[in-house]
Design a protein around this ligand. Sequence first.
Ligand SMILES: Cc1cc2nc3c(=O)[nH]c(=O)nc-3n(C[C@H](O)[C@H](O)[C@H](O)COP(=O)(O)O)c2cc1C
Length: 193
Amino acid sequence: MSRGSIQIYTNIAHDYLVKLKVLVMETLEAIKTRRSIRKFKKEPISRDMVKELLEAAMFAPSAGNEQPWQFIVLDDRKILDIVPNICSTAAMCRQATTAVLVCGDAGLEKYPEFWVQDCSAAVENLLLAAHAMGLGAVWAGIYPLKDRVEGFRKLFSLSDDITPFALVPLGYSDQETNPQKRYKEERVHYNGW
Ligand SMILES: Cc1cc2nc3c(=O)[nH]c(=O)nc-3n(C[C@H](O)[C@H](O)[C@H](O)COP(=O)(O)O)c2cc1C
């Protein structure tokens, strides 16, 4: 069989599996059912789970594959309890057993200013991976709020190259969530506005 016909059969099989909701449903299901989780159970998550989550984060796309990120994992109660003093909207850290501080590293950048988009993709991967693994997580915004950025810089004695970008408190969820409908036809524009 030629390479072309193999590709055609592969595409047909792919589309069939999509229709049967076997192939992509898990991913789409995760995307559509993910919600911010702000209440966590007391049980800590293992560092193996954290590694899995960080691996997912590091699979995010980035400009020219620059991967300009660093991750500070917080699983020390004393540090987690300090976080709300720096970022009041991350008060859930008092309950969470783990949080990941996603940072941009200017020293790793190839394309200036793209690090924000790169790190955003990493955060979203982290959130989706947590959800897919049966965990809950929330994105707490740090950058571009100067007081939050400087607060974390000071707490962890970070160099100027490192910019704290977002904090992701996570753990076993202790919260119910509702499915939502968010598709808005009026936001979609084909071939023009
Ligand atoms: C850039 C950004 C910053 C956010 N900052 C916070 C935050 O500081 N604290 C918080 O509880 N949620 C924060 N969120 C979560 C949003 O409130 C949440 O994603 C939004 O309300 C939609 O809800 P959902 O995540 O359940 O779909 C942030 C989300 C984004 C993308």
